[in-house]
Design a binder for this molecule. Structure first.
Ligand code: CP
Length: 300
């Protein structure tokens, strides 16, 4: 694997290879295996978790990480992202971690770069966010759930969520049979994605599930009228104690972040031991270290 662009590139075998490495990194067992490698982060949309987590992951493995600030880069003078990335490669960069609002851009860039440069998609519009999905699947794996027998409800603005799109792909790859998309009618999908079920009622959607994943409303991708209607209807989709009581007794609650506290998950649950939001963030660093090792084919 040269690049990580979409979640469907990852097989079940790849996922369990990644978990073995991430388990090791989580214990603090790592060496500077990327010493001498220069990696650039190029985030053309805001980020806290992904940008810092990738930076930490690469730095802990010994890479030299440089953040190319879009506002001060030659992109502002009209240079394309592809030309910018080829420029970075000419300077010796071995990897670029790219976030952009344009769906599919990382894939198109990857088609035109040299075969010793790695492109990692850190989120492209509504399209994909592969490492968020990997760290979410890893969080579920760490709870000792059997992917083949669990039910997962993804709640909120699924239509605009790159995270949900990548999650559905990895969950299906791992054999999850019961994936429910629980969506306010105002942003409803016309039909469920193949292999998933669509619900417009929260309590029905979470009934008996082992995992609830709450999503943020992607207001920045809605027009003003739709955003107002979404905000009004989404108050019926907040995960609170009553909602948790409809789920399985071993339910865990997750959110990829950024979270609008109180809007997607009731504040009373944020510090609940079933709520794994900060655990996801912690696992994210180990998962990204594991991914970097797999992409850079480091043998040690
Ligand atoms: N989950 C996620 O991608 O968060 P950031 O936007 O903070 O990177």
């Amino acid at each position: 694997m040269q690049h990580l662009l979409t979640m469907d590139q990852f097989s079940c075998k790849d996922f369990f290879k990644l978990t073995t490495k991430a388990d090791k990194y989580l214990k603090g067992d790592y060496k500077k295996i990327l010493q001498g490698v220069d990696i650039a982060t190029l985030f053309c949309e805001p980020s806290t978790r992904s940008r810092i987590s990738y930076t930490l992951a690469a730095s802990r493995l010994g890479a030299n990480v440089i953040d190319l600030k879009q506002d001060y880069s030659a992109v502002q003078k009209g240079e394309t992202i592809t030309d910018t990335i080829n420029t970075l490669h000419a300077m010796g960069f071995g990897g670029v971690i790219l976030r952009h609002s344009e769906p599919g851009l990382p894939g198109r860039v990857a088609e035109s770069v040299s075969n010793n440069l790695h492109i990692i998609n850190a989120g492209d519009g509504c399209h994909q966010h592969p490492t968020q999905a990997l760290l979410d699947a890893y969080t579920i794996y760490k709870q000792n759930f059997d992917f083949k027998s669990i039910s997962i409800a993804i709640v909120g603005d699924v239509l605009r969520s790159r995270v949900a799109r990548s999650q559905v792909e990895i969950f299906q790859t791992l054999g999850v049979k019961d994936i429910r998309l629980v969506v306010p009618k105002v942003v409803s999908l016309k039909q469920a994605k193949p292999g998933t079920q669509l619900f417009n009622n929260l309590l029905e959607g979470v009934s008996g599930v082992n995992v609830i994943i709450a999503l943020r409303g992607q207001l920045e991708r809605m027009n003003r009228v739709l955003a107002e209607r979404y905000l009004a209807e989404s108050t019926n989709f907040i995960i609170n104690e009553k909602v948790m009581a409809y789920a399985a007794s071993n339910v865990i609650l997750m959110h990829p972040g950024p979270m609008n506290s109180g809007d997607e998950i009731d504040r009373s649950l944020i510090n609940d031991k079933r709520c794994l939001v900060l655990q996801q963030v912690e696992y994210g660093v180990a998962v990204r270290m594991a991914l970097l090792e797999m992409l850079f084919h480091v043998k040690h």
